[in-house]
Design a protein around this ligand. Structure first.
Ligand code: URA
Length: 438
């Protein structure tokens, strides 16, 4: 087989066979295809697409291009959740121990933040001592003991995806749906899961800014997962404004802990957590319906079982479980600055993307992968869409360690805040649930 022939085939909008897809994924992983040919093929896919059978084959071959987590022998079902990412979306930190407290096995492989979006691994590393780079036998031992482990992908997991993702970034092909779907699912497939719940975000702070695109993306993710024998549901959730009350690494750990302690002051975060948890339990066969799953999750929060599982997870991964009882032990920024409403009115919008950029200016995120983070930096949002404000009210408190960063972030935060004379219609956080055969 010649790579050139496959580029021409895709250029002519023809479908690849499973064998051809295997050749492409292997050539990407082992370096036998030069970057210029891979880039050219990626552009042909971006322009002409891939059908479900091709996307399923691509996902399978990218997963097979490296090593898999070998979790066979562990009790089942093994379930993970994947979010397409956003601002203030630290839901995984509460969800993983919650689902484990319900009896599921949750190998949760997470990523790092880049640009305006945060990453679960960075948030977890805000907990003093918490380790995310764990060898397979440690992950397995922890899953056997407490049913939950949150960890980073190993270097040899889906190497074809790593290669292609870097090239997509440099060739304007990141947005191609079959490439997005195979990239996300190949890493999940390599985890040896029974089921997967997908949180597909839509809105200003999301990867899919437009709702219609998020829905098409969610459908493609569910169809491809099913083609791979992986039970899947996709929950489309709003990311027009940041989720919850906090943005920032240590602050989002605090948000998760507060919710697990029964705090209800972040209703959008709680709703997201309960709906995702309900679906994890449903797909895992622990309950008959997602509503029943939601009720079970509420009970596990009320009884303190989910909170206790969080503390166990922290202890197992080398972290200090005291963070759950005393937020003073979490990293803190050295300074803070209140942001005040410039006039009276109603909050009509709070752009998640712009708030994410404000958090970046405070040091809570990274513009480039090699940037350092200030774990204590971030934002506490006092007012969100729908709230009434009076001129001079504190709408947010910014935490950071540089005076200029705080000043610039305050300016940016005010850009995110849209005030109007009349109350806004508040979008429900869950927009749609896709689960074809549930
Ligand atoms: N996340 C991924 O892992 N891959 C993509 O292509 C997009 C989001």
């Amino acid at each position: 087989m010649r790579f050139l022939d496959l580029i021409v085939k895709k250029r002519e909008a023809l479908s690849h066979t499973a064998e051809e897809i295997r050749f492409i994924a292997r050539s990407a992983a082992d370096g036998t295809a030069p970057d210029y040919q891979l880039a050219s093929w990626l552009m042909a896919v971006a322009l002409n697409g891939m059908d479900t059978a091709e996307t399923v084959a691509m996902t399978r071959e990218m997963a097979a291009s490296g090593s898999r987590l070998r979790l066979k022998g562990l009790r089942s079902p093994k379930i993970d959740k994947h979010s397409t990412g956003g601002v203030g979306d630290g839901v995984s930190i509460a969800l993983a121990p919650l689902a484990a407290a319900a009896g599921l096995v949750v190998p949760m492989m997470s990523g790092r933040g880049l640009g305006h979006t945060g990453g679960t691994l960075d948030k977890l590393e805000a907990i003093p001592g918490f380790k995310v780079g764990l060898p397979e036998r440690r992950i397995k031992r922890q899953l056997e003991a407490i049913g939950v482990c949150m960890f980073a992908a190993t270097k040899d997991l889906a190497p074809a995806d790593r290669k292609l993702y870097r090239l997509r970034d440099a060739t304007g092909t990141v947005e191609s749906l079959p490439l997005i779907v195979s990239s996300i699912l190949s890493k999940k497939l390599a985890e040896d899961l029974d089921a997967l719940v997908l949180d597909v975000k839509t809105g200003s702070g999301a990867f899919f800014t437009e709702y219609a695109r998020a829905e098409v993306g969610a459908q493609a993710l569910v169809a491809t997962a099913r083609g791979l024998g992986l039970k899947a549901a996709a929950i489309i959730t709003s990311m027009d404004q940041p989720l919850g009350r906090f943005v920032g690494n240590a602050l989002e750990v605090r948000q998760a802990v507060e919710v697990l302690q029964g705090e209800t002051t972040a209703p959008d975060y709680l709703e997201c957590l309960l709906v995702l948890g309900g679906w994890m339990l449903k797909l895992g066969g622990a309950v008959r319906t997602a509503d029943e799953g939601r009720e079970r999750c509420e009970g596990l929060i009320r009884s303190g079982a989910a909170f206790r599982r969080f503390k166990e997870m922290v202890r197992f991964q080398g972290g200090d479980p005291k963070v759950a009882d005393d937020f003073g032990t979490l990293p803190k920024a050295s300074s803070s600055l209140p942001v005040r409403a410039p006039r009276s009115g109603f909050v009509r919008g709070l752009s998640a993307r712009t708030v994410g950029h404000a958090a970046l200016l405070l040091g809570a995120g990274r513009a480039r992968m090699e940037d350092d983070l200030d774990y204590g930096a971030g934002i506490r949002m006092e007012k969100k869409t729908g709230d009434r404000v009076r001129k001079g009210d504190v709408v947010a408190t910014l935490y950071g360690s540089s005076a200029s960063g705080l000043r610039e972030a305050a300016k940016k935060y005010l850009e995110a805040l849209e005030l109007g004379a009349r109350p806004a219609k508040v979008q429900t956080v869950v927009r749609k649930i896709l689960c074809p055969a549930a």
